[in-house]
Design a protein around this ligand. Structure first.
Ligand code: SAM
Length: 238
């Protein structure tokens, strides 16, 4: 049986109370967030941007983005109400435009083409349908917007040992992708200029970056003119 959404809900509901005090904040999440913020800063050059953080947890990363990039408006989406609730003080600092939303990465509750940057840190291995989640993140990006997805990867022996053996022993059947799989998923979602950077803080994580197409590809074209229909199927076949 594959990993279920209810497993993530149960795990993070239980973990939410002490999540902010976990040693992983220091070992893994903090260094991951710093790597992402460096990348967002180099993309945005401090201009006003709209950022969505998928799997935002208690909002630690959203808060860090606001501190380092005061011109960013930040939304966070997370499946688990308990995680969002733990971060209420963080989210509700007066005048701070950060907005938490409860929702699923596979059905993002946002209109298409809404964000300049979508981030996802240390959460992707919990998504049962990863293909759909990347398509959703790509959908909500504005043309030319960036998806920055960081997660553990299992290619090297060290990564395999940490993620497939150690992490899986207490998180269950979570799915840490390989670098090649990340590229495939980005490619299938229509993201271009794919770039991958490996960080080791101390577990190996990969920061995957892709750019939404500037001219969206027409997925469904309904022709009323038979001549055009023939021309389209001929060009698809070529
Ligand atoms: C390890 S925490 C990472 C939190 C945050 N991104 C960080 O770096 O501190 C993983 C988060 O993913 C969330 N999550 C798991 N499955 C999800 C899903 N299908 N949709 C949205 N969030 C999900 C969990 O509730 C949890 O808050």
């Amino acid at each position: 049986m594959g990993y279920l959404r209810s497993q993530a809900s149960d795990e993070f509901d239980r973990w939410s109370e002490c999540y902010d005090r976990s040693i992983l904040q220091w070992l893994l999440f903090g260094p991951s967030h710093r790597a992402l913020i460096r990348r967002i800063r180099s993309i945005s050059a401090d201009r006003p941007i709209d950022v969505l953080d998928v799997g935002c947890g208690t909002g630690v990363f959203a808060r860090r983005i606001r501190t380092c990039l005061p011109n960013a408006r930040v939304w966070g989406v997370d499946l688990v109400a308990g995680m969002l609730r733990q971060g209420l003080d963080r989210w509700s600092i007066a005048g701070d435009p950060t907005t938490p939303v409860q929702g699923d990465s596979e059905r993002l509750p946002f209109a298409s083409s809404s964000f300049d940057v979508v981030t996802c840190a240390n959460s992707f291995h919990h998504y049962p349908d990863q293909e759909r989640a990347v398509r959703e993140m790509s959908r909500v990006l504005k043309p030319g917007g960036k998806l920055l997805l960081l997660d553990g990867f299992r290619d090297r022996p060290w990564g395999w040992l940490i993620f497939d053996c150690f992490v899986a022993s207490f998180e269950g059947d979570v799915k840490h992708a390989s670098r090649r799989r990340f590229r495939e998923l980005f490619d299938q979602a229509g993201l271009g200029h794919i770039r991958q950077t490996v960080h080791n803080p101390p577990a190996p994580v990969v920061l995957n970056e892709g750019t939404a197409p500037v001219i969206p590809r027409p997925h469904h074209v309904i022709f009323h003119d038979r001549t055009l229909e023939h021309a389209a199927s001929a060009s698809q076949g070529s």
